[in-house]
Design a binder for this molecule. Sequence first.
Ligand SMILES: Nc1nc2c(c(=O)[nH]1)N[C@H]1C(S)=C(S)[C@@H](COP(=O)(O)O)O[C@H]1N2
Ligand SMILES: [Mo]
Length: 387
Amino acid sequence: MNPEDNGRRKILKGALGTGILAAGVATVPNLVLPALAQGERLVPFTDVPDTFNPTPVRPNATHFQDTREITTYFTDNDDFYLVQHYGQPEIDNDSYRLKVTGMVDNELEFSLQDLMGKNIIEQQVGFECGGNSQRLFHGLIGNANWRGIALQSILQEAGIQDGAKEVVFFGEDKSIEEIRGREVEKAFARSLSVKDAMRPENMIAFEMNGEPLPHYHGKPVRLLVPGWYGIANVKWLTQIHVQNTRYMGRFMGRDYVTLKKIDVGGEERWVENSVTTMNLKSSIIRVSEMGGRYRIQGFVLNDGTPLQSVEVKVDDGPWESAQFNPRSTKYSWKLFSYDWNNATPGEHTIVSRVTDINGNVQATQEELPEKVSYWEDYGQFPRTVRI
Ligand SMILES: Nc1nc2c(c(=O)[nH]1)N[C@H]1C(S)=C(S)[C@@H](COP(=O)(O)O)O[C@H]1N2
Ligand SMILES: [Mo]
């Protein structure tokens, strides 16, 4: 399948159907991130070491993208980053069941056929791992067109009972964890408050970019929580459990937990938070040159809040407006492009920042609160290139 064709077909819907970007955001009529055209070349970043060489997809291994190579709006399923903590379970489509249990009026069990027979929704969703970082040049990212059903419809069918607090999502992948000196078998799991779980955009997805959900991405069924860090998107989903207590577990309380020093009602305190919605972030990913004209490109991810602007700064120059790819929809990634006129020979520092319609501006690293863990790395990321 040619991802570009797929992308073009699918985007019509998104672009026409939803005025997601704030009015006034500059758009460009053509594709913002074309594959390298004839005569075009990538301008080398001087911050990427020669030894930097993202590995191809391998079983049970994490995979991240070389962001300089991103040329399509939808990420090819094989290029889309991969993170899993307990291996990649094989699930047979025929014997697959999704159970809904706990504080519901009707406990339910669905086969894959049952799920596919329901009201299908389709949505563009891009996301990044909460542990995506500058060290990987932010390669733990991807953007795809997903098909599936609304989680809300399943929860309504089950009927959440009064007093329920959380909905827990269990994957089929399990591992031995040592907890308080005891080795126990645990499944990968994440939870959402009932309110967050009932958001209409949450999906139980079984198709990615027009193909059945690939094994590595959670075959046959995964959860998608648009606007949240990737950790929320439980792959190989087999059980949904509703309960009246907070779900405790490694991926809610120990890992994917940011430790930072913030003002808490006038007191300076170190606090920890579970990684939830994506912070407002942009990053430059590639610079190209054709016939002496330079172009800077990058991506934006956030929680779905409409955006005001994305800007680029060269060395000590002013912030200049960049253009969003008009294909962008509410929960897709937003690719941007800046025509860098009058680029002079030599080494330059380039950086981007994004602003949303509420006036939130992507902070510099220095402006962010003091932070110990590497989770939620969303500050401005200056890059260096040589012209
Ligand atoms: N069952 C299961 N789901 C999971 C995980 C996992 O380890 N097991 N990892 C999570 C994390 S940390 C991320 S970033 C995303 C990555 O999704 P992808 O591999 O399809 O890109 O899946 C999430 N869902
Ligand atoms: Mo992740």
